[in-house]
Design a protein around this ligand. Structure first.
Ligand SMILES: *Cc1c(COP(=O)(O)O)cnc(C)c1O
Length: 385
């Protein structure tokens, strides 16, 4: 197989530290569901699932059936998979057959699930997602009573695994009133379960932000995405943690992801010449420039054009000119003895310098999650210590 133009390294020790930190925060008795939608937030589902299992995780959440299918291929038999979003009618049987848990947010889906479970003579494992105020998916309160009756009557075929909801914006304090209102509505649903004596096995509502900052939202399971990858969901959540611990900074969450490439070519550019397409960059003095073998089609944001930098020999090399589809150039005039093939760090640490995802997102206005989840699946991912 030929070599790809960049590579991603994933640190097992950093992930294990992140999971341990989260486990300590939420309490040992609480199950962690590792959210691996969007190719594990760009980290690579195949590698990441194995790494998470090594760190003690045994539950994985995806947005879709096709992502769950990928998890299924790599997970250990002891781990569970849960689909939080799209599952088409024709794939319900597949989910039941493979013991995959899935969200139900419409009453009308239940009879269909029942029929398929009966035909397969296998229990369907459902989580009822209820509407509490995010108004994306969620079963409305007025359908809940008949839902509970249905689950009670058909418990042999349709197993009521979870009762859940999702907060619309737990990472921002400005949304606190909304989060509280959502939580209160969720408690109303729980009350009905109790009254009707139809109880879910587990209750789960917290994402990373809620799990880290709002202890009362931590029930039997938490669904952790961004934090396990080593990112604080927002400054609000980070500073809440600092306040709790009384410290000035905290490296508890570690980025597990490093993105590297290597120098493709080196050239001298005379003062007055333009670099790359158009007139975006004109050399004001004689320069030495290194060519990078990747561009926006490889996940490197075009908005970094003429901004941002990479690391070569531990030094910052500023981007000069536009990010092309498959190439971009950096200024190495101030870095001695760079050669073709030298390692380049796009995200991560090299000697005493670090490029964080946040240095991209500040420039490009992309979300951390957006930048990561757009990294092409074709980039090879390698697990390192
Ligand atoms: C993405 C997602 C999560 C994880 O969110 P993070 O903020 O990344 O922890 C949890 N629950 C649902 C329903 C989601 O879609």
């Amino acid at each position: 197989m030929v070599r790809h133009s960049s590579r991603i390294e994933l640190s097992q020790s950093s992930l294990s530290k992140n999971i341990n930190f989260i486990r300590k925060k939420v309490g040992q008795g609480v199950r962690i569901s590792s959210v691996v939608k969007a190719n594990a937030y760009g980290h690579g589902i195949d590698q990441f699932v194995k790494m998470a299992e090594k760190a003690g995780v045994d539950h994985f959440a995806t947005a879709s059936a096709f992502e769950a299918e990928e998890v299924l291929q790599v997970k250990s038999p002891d781990s569970d998979v849960m689909i939080m979003g799209i599952l088409y009618d024709e794939d319900i049987e597949w989910a039941i057959e493979h013991g995959i848990e899935f969200y139900v947010f419409n009453y009308d889906r239940l009879p269909l699930v029942l029929e398929k479970a009966k035909r397969l003579e296998k229990q369907a494992k459902v989580h009822i997602e209820v509407e509490t105020g995010a108004n994306r998916t969620g079963l409305p309160a007025k359908e809940f009573s008949k839902t509970l009756s249905f689950l009670k009557k058909n418990s042999g075929s349709v197993k009521f695994i979870g009762l859940c909801t999702h907060f619309g914006g737990a990472e921002s304090f400005a949304n606190l009133f909304k989060i509280e209102s959502q939580h209160n509505r969720y408690k109303e649903f729980l009350k009905q379960c109790k009254q009707k004596k139809v109880q879910p096995e587990i209750r789960h509502i917290a994402c990373s932000a809620a799990a880290l900052a709002y202890k009362d939202t931590v029930y039997d399971m938490v669904r952790i995405g961004v934090a396990q990858y080593g990112f604080w969901p927002s400054p609000d959540i980070y500073y809440t943690h600092l306040q709790e611990t009384g410290s000035r900074s905290d490296g508890a969450l570690k980025r597990i992801f490093t993105w590297k490439t290597d120098v493709m070519d080196i050239r001298n550019v005379d003062a007055g010449e333009f670099i790359g397409y158009g007139t975006a960059y004109q050399a004001t003095q004689d320069m030495r420039v290194a060519v990078m073998p990747l561009g926006y089609s490889n996940g490197y944001p075009r908005a970094q054009s003429n901004r941002g930098f990479v690391l070569i020999k531990g030094k910052k090399a500023p981007i000069v000119g536009l990010i092309n589809m498959n190439l971009f150039m950096v200024d190495i005039s101030h870095i001695d003895e760079v050669e073709v093939g030298d390692e380049v760090v796009l995200v991560g640490r090299q000697k005493n310098n670090t490029i964080n995802i946040s240095s991209f997102t500040q420039v490009t206005q992309l979300l951390n999650n957006e930048m990561l989840s757009r990294l092409p699946a074709a980039i090879p991912r390698k697990i390192v210590k």
